[in-house]
Design a protein around this ligand. Sequence first.
Ligand code: NAP
Length: 286
Amino acid sequence: MPDLTGRTCLVTGATRGVGRATAEALAKLGANVVIHGRDSASVGAVCRATVRMARGGLVTGAVADFASLKSVRLMAEDIARQHPQLHVLVNNAGAGARQRRETADGFEWSFGVNHLAPFLLTKLLLPTLTKSTPARVVTVASMAYRRALLDFDDLQWQRRKYRTLLAYSESKLANILFTLELSRRLAGTGVTANCLHPGVVATNLFAGLGGRGGKIFSVIFRPLLMSPAAGAKTSVHVASAPELATVSGRYFERSHEVALNSNAQDPAAARRLWDVSEELVARAKA
Ligand SMILES: NC(=O)c1ccc[n+]([C@@H]2O[C@H](COP(=O)([O-])OP(=O)(O)OC[C@H]3O[C@@H](n4cnc5c(N)ncnc54)[C@H](OP(=O)(O)O)[C@@H]3O)[C@@H](O)[C@H]2O)c1
């Protein structure tokens, strides 16, 4: 078991599910843990519960609604002010949208919350991460990426008939392409970037996705799914395993590196997504 004493780890979406179990496991390894959620009461309750199982590290909270890039910016400023060092950023928060709806900045909800928010958060925290090296950015994607292809002419689902699962899957493919480009940009800095699929885990995610698939996984198959603690194992492994200290730009399932399908191995698409994302977050600020 790695000893994370003195290392500070921010886990987004840590109020429940895989994120909460990840934060708990990191706290048990001795890390200082920052628990993010969008509701301050839930964040406070999870901080109080996590501190009871922590191995000596500090447990603090951070609040932001990822459906608002302004909220993400404010949280990033707070974190950089309160935590001079950040060794691990786990981009875990994520969800699906039953119908096409938009974030506060006018982006399709899954793309905005699951991709643009962690894209912006990571960029804003890079100065803190790079002065805390060795540091790691761990992004929780999904094997659902396999069914997706990014439609650069319609990233916001304005032209196509909205499909909940496909929009979610595209945002998870975006998580992977983001990781590949981030890793390329961070080469030689001491900050690594990797991504993963946590497994099929019994959380609120499926109920949130709705539809027949959501019902099947949230009700019928629920007893067969992994527990959140089991689902957190790959995130914790990628965030802390000593043998991964310099490994970057990789995708993991069940704590093992797995080759990506061709749709997620396209450096040109990764670069294009990065450029488009920069334009979109800049436009949201204007
Ligand atoms: N469960 C699976 O089988 C599975 C499979 C593949 C990938 N994943 C990925 O694993 C990650 C964690 O999901 P989970 O299964 O643990 O789901 P979950 O139990 O629904 O937890 C999702 C977390 O994200 C937060 N979140 C949702 N919308 C947010 C927003 N607008 N702003 C800020 N935070 C927000 C939630 O906060 P609230 O408590 O405020 O809602 C919660 O903490 C996601 O990225 C998901 O795509 C899960």
